[in-house]
Design a protein around this ligand. Structure first.
Ligand code: GLC
Length: 578
């Protein structure tokens, strides 16, 4: 995060790096095997040392945990398993004392079937005001025995479940795009929006700096809930989009309203509040519509996360993001990992974990060099691979429960973090506790424990720490311009940031000549001057006179003769455009 100058204060979120805390797997202060808010609080100095600008907390609200808190039973409370409101307040205060922002996860598309709204809807019966908060509908077929339409749930099975009415007879159906324990809210009913307005204010009044918005392209469904032309689409891929159930134009007004609430708080104290959306839509252009100046500040750009380790796929994702988002005035929000995806080390592994590790390190350096904001998922800074051999009986992901398949399960990226020592629980649970971590940690987690990472200057942790430190001090990084360099061979992705920071990544299998002279400022692996080894990324300052503390004057990018004339300027207010 660059802070700007007094004359031109920069909006902190535009190039912030936020660390995603998956609370139940971060640090357990009570010894019950589940991470909690006091654990997060204890870990704040660690995160400060890493150099991130803030944290996003996964849901900690009261919940029956059918989907680990993404089934919220009370939007204004803390589940006792994670602590209480007083603990939350302490966490906010400590974070702010350390200069860290706090974002919380808000889940407006659906609530828990245990939420009082849904209980009232069941009790009050068909056509009641309580049912209007949800999508209740009569079934098709002679006796209403068929669901109202053919939509499929994202986590397997039909998107509709039938309720038993007060008379004991099968009755109406309700819509749930995820599990039956997560009924979708009906945003066409004004009471829903009014309630969320109160929820936002409740947390803003407690001092949060913003919200990560779950399923932000959901909320509105096609008003007549027609059959999907391709009912299997949602079954095939998690982020495929049933165009009738997602991304309806009305959703944008919600984000305008929420942005106005944020601006209201900013007007009081001058501090920006942030809305970052989980926006899964088919094209970068549609994505860009969510970050227009009066809507969300940020939306995770998932195309980079879903790209294979392939130079063309990465170049395409980055180019499209920069081109489409630039027009909105926002910045791109890059992400490589989160609590729903196979971790990069494993995703890029190809033939071996060593290769995956080298590629994940390179991808991290690439992400930190891109213009805009970035999110780092806990354990990413430790180079954790996916735990892909958890036995069936310990899996908790509802996707496994509902599909019976291990294909898309998410437990493997949610295994509790290793902090210290040689054996599970690796310092994750409070000392002396007999409780086991809620998911078993493999023995090989020892290699990744934070105590080891902190002392090994070649660790992932140091790469992130050094990259983040340079991002803070170098004016070329964070927000600003990116200009592609044409490189030979084509397996290399290279660009210049601002007035002369070169970043290059070698996606190929052999070493290539480096696209910039001299020793790199930072590299993801061994990188002698003049050479860029396979699966390696590096940063160079093209003018050796420029150091982190002596910002350069514009001009003179590395290898200017090879640079393309395509400009992707996320913001032309800083640095040069070519
Ligand atoms: C989002 C969350 C995911 C959750 C789903 C339903 O995609 O990231 O973890 O299961 O929404 O709330």
């Amino acid at each position: 995060m660059h802070t700007g100058t007094a004359a031109s204060p920069q909006h902190w979120w535009r190039d912030a790096v936020i660390y995603q805390v998956y609370v139940r797997s971060f640090l357990d202060s009570t010894g019950d095997g589940i991470g909690d808010l006091a654990g997060v609080r204890a870990g704040l100095p660690y995160l400060k040392k890493l150099g991130v600008d803030g944290i996003w907390l996964s849901p900690f609200y009261p919940s029956p945990h059918h989907d680990h808190g993404y089934d919220v039973a009370d939007y204004c409370g803390v589940d006792p398993v994670f602590g209480d409101l007083a603990e939350f307040d302490h966490l906010v205060a400590d974070a702010h004392r350390l200069g860290l922002k706090i974002l919380i996860d808000i889940v407006p598309n659906h609530c828990s079937s245990e939420h009082p709204w849904f209980r009232a809807a069941l009790e009050d019966g068909p056509r009641s005001a309580a049912r209007a908060r949800f999508h209740f509908a009569d079934g098709r077929g002679a006796h209403g025995e068929l669901p109202p339409n053919n939509w499929r749930a994202m986590f397997g099975g039909p998107a509709w479940s039938r309720v038993t009415e007060a008379d004991g007879e099968p009755g109406q159906w309700y819509l749930h795009l995820f599990t039956p324990e997560q009924p979708d809210l009906n945003w066409r009913e004004p009471a829903v929006g009014d309630s969320f307005d109160e929820v936002l204010r409740f947390w803003l009044d407690r001092g949060v700096d913003g919200f990560r918005i779950d399923v932000a392209a959901g909320l509105f469904k096609h008003p007549s809930l027609p059959d999907s032309p391709d009912p299997e689409a949602d079954e095939r891929a998690r982020d495929s989009v049933n165009p009738l159930a997602w991304n309806q134009p009305e959703v944008h007004q919600v984000w305008r309203d929420w942005r106005a609430v944020c601006e209201e708080y900013t007007a009081r104290d001058g501090l920006d509040r942030l809305l970052v959306g989980e926006v899964s839509v088919p094209t970068p252009r549609e994505h860009a519509e969510y970050v227009r100046p009066d809507e969300l500040h940020q939306a995770f750009f998932f195309d980079l996360l879903s790209a294979q380790w392939d130079v063309d796929a990465f170049r395409k994702a980055i180019s499209e993001a920069l081109t489409d988002i630039a027009g909105t005035g926002s910045t791109v929000t890059w992400v490589l990992n989160n609590h729903d995806q196979v971790r990069t080390v494993t995703r890029y592994a190809g033939e071996s974990t060593e290769v995956g590790t080298a590629r994940a390190r390179a991808a991290a350096l690439l992400m930190l060099a891109l213009p805009g904001a970035a999110y780092v998922y806990q354990g990413e800074e430790l180079g954790l691979p996916e735990v892909d051999d958890l036995p069936d009986e310990v899996l908790t992901d509802p996707i496994f429960r509902r599909t019976g398949s291990r294909l898309r399960i998410r437990d493997g990226c949610r295994v509790p973090l290793p902090w210290s020592g040689q054996a599970s629980p690796f310092g994750f649970t409070a000392a002396g506790s007999a409780a086991r971590p809620w998911l078993p940690q493999p023995e090989w987690f020892a290699q990744h424990a934070t105590d080891r990472a902190l002392t090994d200057t070649r660790s992932f942790w140091h790469l992130y720490r050094d990259g983040l430190a340079l991002r803070r001090s170098l004016p070329q990084l964070g927000e600003g311009t990116l200009r592609w360099l044409e490189t030979e061979p084509a397996q290399v992705l290279a660009f210049v940031r601002g007035d002369g920071l070169v970043c290059a990544v070698n996606f190929g299998l052999g070493s290539v000549p480096a696209p910039a002279a001299g020793a790199p400022l930072l590299a993801s692996g061994d990188c002698p001057p003049g050479i860029l080894p396979a699966s390696t990324a590096a940063w160079w300052i093209s003018d050796p006179a420029a150091t982190p503390d002596t910002p350069k004057t514009p001009g003179n990018p590395a290898n200017p003769a090879n640079s393309t004339d395509s400009t992707n300027s996320a913001d032309s207010s800083k640095g040069i455009t070519s």
